[in-house]
Design a protein around this ligand. Sequence first.
Ligand SMILES: [Zn+2]
Length: 370
Amino acid sequence: MFSLLFIAAETFAQQTLDNLLPVRGFSIAAPKPNEVDRFIKFVNEELAPKGINTLLLRVDYNFQYESYPKLRDSIALSKADVKKLVDAFTKKNIRVIPQINLLGHQSWASKVVGLLRVFPEFDETPHVKMPEKYEWPNPDGLYCKSYCPLHPDVHKVVFALIDEICDAFKSTAFHAGMDEVFYIGDDKCPRCGGRDKAELFAGEVNTIRNHLALKNRELWIWGDRLIDGKTTGMGIWEASMNNTHRAVDLINKDVVICDWHYERPDQTAVYFAMKGFRVLTCPWRRPDVTTAQVEDMARFRKYATNGMKDRYYGIMQTVWMGCGQFMDNYYGVKTEMSERNKELAAKGISDWDSFRAMTKKIDELSKAAK
Ligand SMILES: [Zn+2]
């Protein structure tokens, strides 16, 4: 009898939490092969007990792809490593969503990465040479390179990678990144030049979305390209200054938007929900902002119409450092850090303190809702 009561109480607590915020997410770079066991321990001891039910793993080329082995990182997860991870997540009812950065983020600083490393012919801006020493701002407006979404051979590769990684992770969703795309519809691209940038962006989103839909998988993307940077004052990073934002009305409504805002708790989740999308608010490292974002999302759901409520999908902590480095910091192990990050961390401004603030606020709100 007592055990039945206990199960009933557990189920009720779970329902309360799911009603408060259906998705309690955590996003991080996939662990390196030698970090797999430690990460599973972290999942079992920290993520699952704190109610995290969705894990976005930025895998990119940290996987031993068989379709295009040349794309693999020099040290990359094997199928057996991935199976071990997936088994651990499944035991804890955590949904895993693998990510490969598509369209943008095909270079970093002075190095070409991603698809362009192996397929330079996919470069949207081959006339922009990689600098020896990268500096921002620069005359080319080079932040990251993009691939050309209209190159006739690009999707053969992209689709093979997506299928392989989703099969390996047994995932029902895939995250395509697609944030901070500065190079799109370049005037000098023989295929894209002169075309509408919003249509080009939406075309690529829908192409990937349609491919995933063939296997009943859904597409998740970052939301910044869909926000008007000029009107909102949000600028070129967390919003679009190159007119891609009108794509918000051109992409399929079943794409899930990961709406990241790191400095202020911007209310853009309302915008995406009103446009018909499920939306997650994504904090980074300012615990006060994170706490407000959890409160906002819970409040949006509380006062939403039935039509809108399910679109306020939840919250997802983003971590922008290596998996091992995050765990070191989380557990207070000393690691190499830039002076600036050290200074901020000393003030409690860090990915790990934000994560603690997020889960603390979720816990408080769910207790109050009982
Ligand atoms: Zn092009």
